[in-house]
Ligand binder design. Structure first.
Ligand code: AGP
Length: 609
């Protein structure tokens, strides 16, 4: 969501901070700001509404020299995007940046106003900076001031603070919002995501919940919530695995769509034998843990939730294990009974989604037998806090619209289905069939991507539309849901999805010649049922756009556009049929001229509730 970067170095830090913000911009982006210590007194700063580029231009005319600084990109929660609301926030000679939401900010504000503090923004963050300032007046030490202040906070925070009277020093703290220390040589950094610091270091220390750290030129020290000095692991990250440029592509989203065959091949590496999923696929601890699982609860948000919906069809239909799927923001506030031996599975690209993480933490108190996460970020909170993890190996996903993370999640979920099914309904022949289909998947994905030109031509029919309806049946229904989410997210066209059999129970009333209806139609056992549903649309003059198996027997006619896909095994059809829907939404967004990689009002990683 919002992004934090901080640096204590022996050189000017503004350029480092700015590059870090550029790299974080995909997470949150309605305003940005930077403050760099340059002598005593109030810390000089620059803030701008809009993208990081606006801040970069302002820094050309108002440079910020100095060797200790903090910077932030904001995605508004409390108060509109404005320079007053942009971070850093200030109190006397103190500057602070913050991610997260402080739930008791109103009470704190009253308390601080009574102490004489004046507020200039509508943010919850401003209460933290005044609170730290208040304790600093008593303690004269930034570390103990932050330590006292965070005790008064209810809610989530990742924060970094600097004080002009204590240059060469930065204090940071995390609870509910990620923070990482980048370890340099004679200089150190902090950020909310290690990607922000890849240009200056490849060594990272991830703070844990409740940690407070002091970062100086030559060292960093960490204390846990109880105030004990602690050591956290140092992780070295392979630079080659993490390129984050667009290459020859116009947008990250397009690059990431085209990366899918390669990333899926990578995610299958060392996990598939000739006819079997290898025992190591889910890690050495998986088998004993899965042996006792008798039901599965999946929790996720957005696209990751759709992956969970598809997995339910596999886990129940192939592995023979009861499975429930719920969006995390509902799961965490509902009362229910947990059945014995239920495995909690979270799915998340980022591993930092606030609701999903809260659901995992809640589940640990509710009697689930164990937790497994399917995740794309190895150093994320979900991976660190789950009993088991399966990495999706999609590489960094920068476009806000999730594409390769989704299809690699599906691959990981299929591997999980097999591993679980071995203790239930999956026999050798079924496993061999799934493995064969997975081996052929990268090639079939490439063939499907070859349909791009036809899909681009089809997209013209959507440019002037305000609504669209996506239909699928069975396991293709969540594929349709994902297609509708992609279209609404990046083209701002209102899109709904329905299981096609539900059409006549209401949504059919929406269908007229102005309503495009998109259907996904592999040659599966529900094809004939789907065809009848589509006839209901045609009979009402609806405009049909069908992605169909070559052998499905559709014929183009007035009001019926067909794009034929290669014939694929039912098991991998949800992965293949996702591709044309991603390309369709991309091309429609291009025609509409929207900001494809950073659609309005959205952020890549939703680390606030
Ligand atoms: C998908 O295109 C979205 N950007 C969004 O729905 C996303 O999948 C959701 O916020 C969950 O994120 P996560 O996978 O990082 O947990």
């Amino acid at each position: 969501m919002c992004g934090i970067v901080g640096a204590v170095a022996q050189r000017d830090v503004a350029a480092i901070l700015l590059e870090g913000l550029h790299r974080l911009e995909y997470r949150g982006y309605d305003s940005a700001g930077m403050a760099v210590i340059n002598g005593e007194g109030p810390i000089p700063f620059v803030k701008r509404v809009g993208k990081v580029e606006a801040l970069a231009q302002a820094l050309d005319t108002h440079p910020l020299p100095g060797k200790t600084g903090i910077a932030h990109t904001r995605w508004a929660t409390h108060g509109q995007p404005s320079e007053d609301n942009a971070h850093p926030h200030f109190s006397g000679s103190l500057a602070l940046v913050h991610n997260g939401i402080i739930e008791n900010h109103s009470e704190l504000k009253q308390r601080l106003e009574a102490l004489g503090y004046e507020f200039v923004s509508q943010t919850d963050t401003e209460t933290i900076v005044h609170l730290v300032h208040h304790y600093y007046q008593l303690q004269r030490d930034l570390l103990s001031a932050v330590r006292h202040a965070v005790k008064d906070l209810d809610g989530a925070y990742g924060l970094a603070a600097i004080h002009a009277d204590q240059p060469d020093r930065l204090v940071c703290a995390r609870k509910g919002s990620p923070l990482v220390i980048g370890v340099g040589i004679g200089e150190n950094f902090v950020a909310s995501d290690h990607l922000a610091l890849r240009q200056v270091t490849d060594r990272f220390v991830y703070l844990e919940e409740g940690d407070i750290a002091e970062v100086t030129l030559g060292h960093y020290r960490i204390w846990n919530e109880a105030g004990e000095s602690v050591t956290r692991d140092l992780t070295q990250i392979d630079a080659a695995a993490e390129s984050i440029d667009k290459g020859p592509y116009r947008h990250f989203m397009l690059k990431e769509i085209y990366e899918q065959p390669k990333m899926i091949e990578r995610s299958l590496l060392q996990r598939l034998g000739k006819t079997k999923v290898l025992a190591e696929a889910l890690g050495p601890h998986a088998a004993p843990l899965l042996a006792s699982v008798s039901s599965v609860q999946i929790v996720a948000c957005g696209t990751s939730y759709h992956a969970g919906m598809i997995a339910k069809y596999w886990i129940e239909g192939i592995a023979g294990v009861p499975c429930r799927v719920e969006v995390a923001s509902e799961f965490r506030y509902r009362k229910f009974k947990v059945q014995e031996n239920t495995l909690l599975v979270t799915i998340s690209q980022s591993g930092e989604t606030a609701d999903t993480l809260a659901a995992l933490r809640l589940a640990k108190t509710l009697g689930y037998s164990a937790s497994l996460t399917i995740c794309n970020v190895a150093q994320s909170s979900l991976v660190r806090e789950s009993d088991l993890f399966v990495m999706t190996e999609a590489g960094p996903e920068i476009g806000v619209a999730s594409t390769k993370a989704f299809t690699t999640q599906l691959v990981a979920l299929l591997l999980f289905t097999v591993a679980l099914g071995r203790h239930h309904d999956i026999d050798e022949a079924t496993e061999a069939n799934i493995v064969k289909a997975l081996h052929g998947l990268p090639r079939l994905l490439s063939e499907t991507l070859d349909l791009d030109a036809d899909i681009r031509a089809m997209s013209k029919a959507f440019a002037e539309k305000h609504h669209a309806l996506f239909l699928g049946r069975g396991v293709q229904w969540p594929v349709a849901m994902e297609g509708a989410l992609k279209l609404k997210e990046i083209s701002y066209i209102h899109a709904e999805s329905y299981p096609a059999g539900e059409l006549k129970h209401g949504p059919l009333a929406l269908v007229d010649s102005d309503m495009p209806v998109i259907a996904v139609a592999p040659n599966d056992e529900l094809l004939e049922k789907l065809k009848s549903n589509l006839q209901e649309v045609q009979a009402r003059g609806g405009q049909l756009f069908v992605f169909a198996d070559k052998a499905a027997g559709f014929k183009e006619s007035k009001g019926l556009d067909i794009i034929e896909l290669p014939h694929v095994d039912d098991i991998i059809a949800p992965i293949i049929y996702t591709i044309p829907l991603q390309l369709l939404s991309y091309h429609v967004a291009i025609l509409k001229g929207t900001d494809v990689d950073q659609p309005r009002n959205l952020a890549k990683s939703v680390t606030v509730e």
